[in-house]
Design a binder for this molecule. Structure first.
Ligand SMILES: [Zn+2]
Length: 350
């Protein structure tokens, strides 16, 4: 089967009441880990690449590695997504390359650091939606600003500085027609999200609930949703690492989000920790080893195990073969006819 669109994966997830993990990749081992976990748990999956990843892997390597995964494992539903596109040009280049989904993060200026105005965000996102939907490609937008910095992207600060305003979210969805919307409800990018053990109210769940109620057809996205488990931090530190104590988003909070309209959950940090811990362990225990396969294989296995666990926790496990893929050409027709229109004012027309 061809690569599928993120829109189709998320529409199905909404019907089934589950969430879909979106895992970041930079190299072959990470792609193998994700696809291996998807096969093992029978999950549809979103594989995403940030601008930093595309640069690191020179675009084509990454694209063809994902295509290889698709060719070797045609039974796995894979959507290929651009994470945090910073401009129309970045999104356009991803679509030209063959990505089936893009994020236009218009919450920040092209430098990926400075918050934009609401109008600037609407304008650039609407332009990307128009270009992408004509080609059947999914668009994720962002309203509100997430905390932290990752891959050089982010406004910094804590996740609580720019919480999404539900009225703005509704206006944004109406004026842009995005398929999915990343909202700021207290999460932040990177490993250092919370400096103490979070209680049951780390996320602004009331904001999420209100947005979902008012935008039932726009799929909500949680960024910065690694749980940063202590076991993974401990392995890194036990074998010579120096991570400061930190806490991520508890899985139960993510599951609460999924029950309230969250369909896409971004996870990167946890996988980085799992791989680095496994590599450090090999280096520390068997310093005589020097074949990269001796540490890349356990790193890949550690990431696969973590991804499979998240797929089960998010509920996508077991849903890999529920439906047949819709081509991007078919999706383009759906957008042109208005059938895939998510705007609140179009509710009656669907
Ligand atoms: Zn993000």
């Amino acid at each position: 089967m061809p690569l599928v669109t993120m829109r189709q994966l998320l529409d199905e997830a909404a019907k089934g009441g589950y969430g879909v993990g979106a895992f970041n990749v930079n190299d072959m081992e990470q792609i193998q880990a994700i696809v291996g976990a998807a096969k093992e748990t029978n999950s549809p999956v979103i594989i995403q690449a940030s601008r930093g990843a595309r640069k690191f892997a020179e675009d084509k390597y990454l694209f063809h590695l994902i295509l290889a995964a698709n060719e070797l494992h045609p039974d796995v539903m894979i959507a290929m997504h651009q994470d945090h596109g910073n401009s129309f040009e970045t999104c356009k280049s991803a679509i030209e390359l063959g990505f089936t989904s893009v994020m236009m993060d218009g919450s920040l200026k092209e430098d990926g650091k400075t918050p934009t105005t609401f109008e600037e965000n609407v304008e650039v996102t609407r332009k990307v939606v128009e270009y992408a939907h004509e080609r059947g490609v999914t668009v994720e937008g962002e309203i509100g600003v997430l905390g932290g910095v990752e891959d050089g992207h982010g406004a910094g600060g804590t996740g609580l500085e720019h919480i999404t305003d539900p009225d703005q979210a509704v206006e944004f969805a109406e004026r842009t027609g995005v398929d999915a919307l990343a909202i700021a409800i207290g999460t932040s990018h990177g490993a250092y999200k919370f400096n103490k053990k979070p209680d049951g109210s780390v996320l602004k769940m009331d904001v999420l609930i209100e947005i979902h109620k008012r935008l039932p057809h726009t799929h909500l996205v949680m960024h910065g949703s690694s749980s940063v488990p202590k076991e993974l931090q401990d392995i890194v530190n036990q074998y010579g690492g120096h991570l400061k104590p930190t806490w991520g988003v508890p899985v139960e909070e993510i599951q609460l989000g999924i029950r309230n309209g969250v369909r896409k959950i971004n996870v990167d940090t946890d996988n980085r920790l799992a791989m680095t811990g496994a590599i450090r362990k090999v280096f520390a225990e068997t310093p005589e080893k020097f074949d990269p396969r001796d540490y890349l294989a356990p790193a890949r296995e550690a990431m696969k195990k973590l991804v499979a666990q998240r797929m089960t926790q998010f509920g996508q496990a077991g849903h890999g073969k529920d439906y047949t893929p819709i081509s991007i050409a078919e999706m383009a027709k759906g957008y042109a006819s208005g059938k895939l229109d998510t705007r609140p004012s179009m509710a009656g027309a669907r």
